[in-house]
Design a protein around this ligand. Structure first.
Ligand code: SF4
Length: 212
């Protein structure tokens, strides 16, 4: 028997699929991360080139491993042995057939909000890879665009800063201080309100809490 949270996620997720399609995204709702993984892999033809951003979500759900284990040409920035190699893999990732990422937030009417330090992920979302697959746990759905921006800036970004432990105020206080630190993880803010060309971005909503 489904819990009230699962039931609400399913109803809201399916409503959001319709909103995303009206914005020309391809969209799916999957109740579990396992089903989302299977859906994501099924969207990518074998032999395709695949890369991804620094998402905790896609690693924790086993998606990066699934692409390594399959018959794909993987460009994995996690294998970089130096900052220079990382930058080169970021550049190569912009010309792949499929780029996989999560999103920092999504509004209930289907607008994606993302914040990057370097910018390779938001670059790929806006232009470059032929296709983009976004995995989004329902914990990242915000009631409207303002709330989605607030979530990205005040929840996702300060948490993300703890992955890098740079010299930023949020690592000291736990909350965003709108810094201009060279170590800031918040250089680029991307609002994706439409998908163009249509269906280039495929959003898979997951009825579980994934990432932050
Ligand atoms: S304090 Fe700086 S690095 Fe931290 S979340 Fe705010 S803008 Fe980003």
């Amino acid at each position: 028997m489904s819990t009230p949270i699962e039931m609400r996620n399913e109803v809201l997720g399916n409503t959001l699929v319709t909103k995303l399609e009206a914005r020309h995204f391809e969209a799916y709702y999957c109740p579990t991360a396992k089903e989302a993984l299977e859906k994501a892999v099924s969207l990518v033809p074998e032999k395709s080139s695949v890369s991804w951003g620094g998402s905790v979500t896609i690693r924790n759900m086993g998606l990066t491993k699934a692409f390594h284990d399959g018959d794909f040409e993987v460009i994995d920035r996690d294998l970089a042995k130096s900052p220079e190699e990382m930058a080169e893999l970021h550049r190569q990732g912009l010309l792949t057939d499929y780029f996989i990422a999560s999103t920092n937030a999504i509004s209930e009417d289907g607008i994606l909000v993302n914040i990057d330090g370097v910018g390779n992920r938001v670059a790929a979302m806006s232009f470059g890879p032929k296709n983009v697959i976004i995995i989004c746990g329902m914990n990242k759905v915000a009631p409207n665009l303002d709330a989605a921006i607030s979530r990205a800036r005040n929840v996702a970004a300060p948490t993300n800063a703890f992955r890098f432990m740079g010299k930023t105020p949020c690592v000291v206080t736990g909350s965003c201080r709108n810094c201009t630190s060279p170590d800031s993880v918040c250089s680029q803010v991307l609002i994706t309100r439409l998908c163009k060309p249509a269906k280039r971005i495929k959003v898979i909503l997951v009825g579980e809490g994934l990432g932050f």
